[in-house]
Design a binder for this molecule. Structure first.
Ligand SMILES: C[S@@+](CC[C@H](N)C(=O)[O-])C[C@H]1O[C@@H](n2cnc3c(N)ncnc32)[C@H](O)[C@@H]1O
Length: 223
């Protein structure tokens, strides 16, 4: 099910997600949802939320979960850091999956990378104590950058990554494994720590909307 976002500054209103008696697992950049749909089918007692910013992939994932009759799989078409910072319930996710995030290999694009101190703060805030971040990538350099980020953050400890068979591979992973590319996987667990509130995110000046300029969404972007 695609969850409509009515007010972009308030936590998501989705009764099933806020039924705190049910655990929540979140996938960032879930693509067409191969991994998450399979996991939701295998775990009917848990809620699953995909966060994906590409409309076509959101639609494919939504169609897949409808065909499979999954009422516990949801997807939002939103930016991941923003969603973690503002919209997810505090300390409720038991697992967050980030599989094959865009590595942004060019130096001038590195600021687009998901992992950094801001994402780790928002991630820790949304994970329950003991909750896990599962990470996989084909990009060795980005893998070491992410390892370094966590190594400098005392709110997380290293854990053994989950084992996933072919039925739990993502779309990109299936492609990379078919090419025999090396896959790097790691996991971390959230530890108890000082639970400071998250300050509002600063918008970089280049992203501030300019007065009088309103970009009309293309037909493909309109839901
Ligand atoms: C390389 S693809 C991997 C997709 C999927 N995880 C897989 O392994 O098949 C990265 C995905 O993350 C999405 N994505 C990248 N940055 C994002 C962000 N900041 N917020 C939400 N989605 C994002 C992209 O649209 C894309 O679908």
């Amino acid at each position: 099910m695609i969850i409509p976002v009515k007010d972009p500054t308030r936590p998501l209103e989705c009764p099933s997600l806020y039924d705190l008696s049910r655990p929540l697992e979140v996938e960032v950049g879930c693509g067409r949802g191969r991994f998450l749909a399979g996991r939701a089918a295998a775990n009917p007692d848990c809620e699953f939320l995909g966060i994906e910013r590409m409309l076509e992939r959101v639609r494919v994932f939504d169609g897949k979960t409808r065909r499979m009759g999954l009422s516990n799989a949801h997807v939002v078409r939103l930016e991941a850091l923003y969603t973690f910072w503002y919209l997810l319930p505090a300390h409720h996710a038991r697992a967050v999956y980030v599989f094959f995030p865009d590595p942004w290999p060019k130096r001038k694009h590195r600021s687009h990378r998901l992992f950094g101190p801001l994402f780790l703060s928002a991630l820790w805030k949304r994970l329950e104590t003991g909750g896990r971040l599962e990470f996989a990538t084909d990009h060795a350099e980005y893998f070491h950058v992410v390892e370094e980020c966590f190594a400098h953050d005392e709110r997380f400890e290293r854990a053994v990554p989950m084992e996933r068979g072919p039925g739990e591979w993502t779309e990109f992973e299936t492609m990379f494994r078919a090419q025999n590319l090396p896959i790097h996987a790691a996991a971390w667990r959230a530890l108890p720590a000082d639970d400071a509130p998250l300050a509002p995110l600063a918008i970089p000046p280049e992203d501030e909307p300019r007065e009088g300029i309103v970009r009309r969404p293309s037909r493909r972007e309109q839901i």
